[in-house]
Design a protein around this ligand. Structure first.
Ligand SMILES: [Zn+2]
Length: 296
């Protein structure tokens, strides 16, 4: 029996505004429920882009008079353009996700700040950012999220201390093989961790350049017996790659794969879960280090 748990990360205003609704409609058509993790605060995508590209990127972009599409605008959020507030701009989509019966959690207050600088953040800042995100979600929906998924799979012991105190049903902060109870050094936490087990679309593209149907078929080939956790992005699988994602999902359903939200997994008996160390690691096709489950 193959089970596919769907984890949707919402990183940007564009992903939130356009991608979330596309995915909600796709999931409705296929009678599938998923888990959505929302970035609630400012969209500082521009800061991440500036870091990625070499110096002179902005002047080059301006010189080429690239059309000011919304996609281009996103490149400047938090740099030339004041970072827009994501959830506040379209709060109705949070409610829509809840009403349509999907599982929901927090991805970040400020995705870029967490992904690029978690290890420099004092614990009081981590606490404050998480509180803002959880409180705002509650304010807009009347529901308190019971899950969290770390931006860019960046997590450390300070952040885990704060998350553990929130009494969540589960977190999804790491890459790994199966659900577990996380340990950082000697410190054992109590929140169930459900790691992403499959490669993401951008990692597959980065590794072997697959596109379109070839990508969908590759993803189907990645499905193993038991639990598979797939992370998708509202700004990617919810927009330009939605047909590829739909082909993958339909293919999985045709094969009898059971598609579920991550909360389905967290309801399994936690007492039987193994304890595993979380460490810095790498995954193929992705730059930098991220948190991985140690299984040896
Ligand atoms: Zn993200």
């Amino acid at each position: 029996m193959k089970v596919l748990a769907l984890k949707v990360d919402v990183d940007t205003l564009r992903g939130h505004r356009e991608g979330v609704l596309n995915l909600l409609n796709l999931f409705d058509r296929l009678s599938v429920k998923a888990s959505f993790f929302f970035s609630m605060g400012p969209d500082n995508s521009g800061k991440a882009i500036v870091r990625i590209f070499r110096k002179g990127f902005i002047s080059k972009m301006l010189r080429t008079k690239a059309p000011s599409t919304y996609g281009l605008k996103t490149l400047f959020y938090g740099t030339l353009i004041k970072a827009p507030m994501i959830a506040q701009s379209f709060p109705g989509l949070l409610k829509e996700t809840v009403v349509r019966g999907h599982d929901f959690g927090i991805h970040a207050w400020d995705h870029v700040k967490w992904q690029d600088g978690l290890n420099k953040m004092p614990v009081t800042t981590i606490e404050a950012e998480l509180k803002r995100a959880f409180d705002l979600f509650y304010q807009y929906t009347g529901r308190r999220p019971k899950a969290f998924a770390a931006p860019g799979w960046q997590i450390n012991i300070d952040a885990m201390m704060v998350l553990d105190s929130l009494g969540l049903d589960y977190t999804s902060n790491t890459r790994g093989l199966f659900p577990y109870i996380p340990r950082f050094g000697r410190k054992l936490f109590s929140t169930v961790e459900i790691p992403t087990t499959m490669p993401t679309m951008d990692e597959i593209m980065g590794t072997n350049g697959l596109r379109g149907s070839a990508m969908a078929q590759h993803l189907l080939g990645c499905l193993k017996e038991g639990l598979n956790v797939f992370t998708l992005h509202a700004e990617m699988e919810g927009l330009s790659q939605i047909h590829v994602f739909e082909e993958f999902l339909r293919g999985a359903l045709d094969q009898g794969v059971r598609c579920v939200p991550l909360s389905f997994v967290s309801k399994m008996t936690r007492d039987e879960l193994p304890r595993c160390q979380v460490a810095d690691g790498t995954v193929e096709g992705r730059a930098g280090t991220l948190a991985v489950q140690k299984t040896d």
